[in-house]
Design a binder for this molecule. Structure first.
Ligand SMILES: CC(C)(COP(=O)(O)OP(=O)(O)OC[C@H]1O[C@@H](n2cnc3c(N)ncnc32)[C@H](O)[C@@H]1OP(=O)(O)O)[C@@H](O)C(=O)NCCC(=O)NCCS
Length: 190
């Protein structure tokens, strides 16, 4: 699957994307991506090989002009059935988004996320899209709000991705944002 916008192409990863991805995953920008850290080109190539089969829900964000991979966006279908009976279609998605810092502040994240949300709602059966973002991550909160997501709540000391210097878990305060399919259609109708 390929998603095209004015300035971007969102497409599945290939092994040759390794060096572009290493640029932004050598030092993951936020704690929630700490486990994605890549230490070498070799590690990046292995990671790209793992991502190659992901063709529906995991996209490289590339510049249309140059083909450079400047970031990534993904979200997988989650069950919205509390009984976990898998018979109902999975209509809940929670995106992760990340841009190389050299390419932030140009509207690329919004352009990519808008197209990705539209794809999930219109082609992949999304009913609700929600996002978690830490309380200090104002860029990600801003992106959620620009996409029309509602801030639904703040979970105090919700999760820990890294440890404090003394070895104890560092807990993060996390906002949840969400948007429903009907809200997406309403705000984006012509
Ligand atoms: C979250 C993240 C993806 C947001 O990226 P971003 O570049 O700040 O977001 P946008 O693409 O929406 O660009 C924002 C700004 O670009 C500027 N901009 C410049 N040229 C522009 C253009 N042609 N069109 C639109 N905006 C443009 C605007 O000032 C815009 O700000 P505004 O929305 O107030 O108008 C980025 O900060 C990131 O990768 N962070 C690290 C990873 C992360 O935190 N992920 C989320 C974990 S919860």
């Amino acid at each position: 699957m390929v998603i095209e916008t004015e300035r971007l192409i969102l497409r599945p990863f290939t092994v040759s994307d390794a060096s572009d991805v290493l640029e932004y995953l050598r030092e993951p920008a936020v704690n929630c991506f700490a486990s994605m850290k890549l230490n070498s080109l070799e590690e990046a190539e292995t990671e790209m090989k793992n991502r190659c089969g992901e063709i529906e829900y995991y996209f490289a964000i590339t510049l249309k002009d140059t083909g450079k991979v400047i970031g990534e966006i993904d979200a997988y279908p989650e069950s919205d059935d509390p009984s976990e009976d898998d018979k109902r279609p999975k209509g809940t998605f929670s995106p992760c988004w990340m841009l190389n810092k050299e390419y932030q502040g140009h509207g690329y994240a919004y352009e990519a996320a808008y197209a990705f949300f539209d794809y999930l709602f219109k082609e992949k059966g999304a009913r609700r899209i929600y996002a978690y973002t830490e309380d200090y991550n104002t860029s990600s909160q801003h992106l959620c709000e620009k996409l029309g997501m509602r801030r639904e709540g703040l979970f105090l000391e919700f999760i820990s991705f890294v440890n404090n210097p003394d070895g104890t878990p560092r807990y993060e305060n996390t906002y949840q944002y969400a948007i429903l399919k009907k809200e997406w259609y309403k705000q984006n109708e012509d």
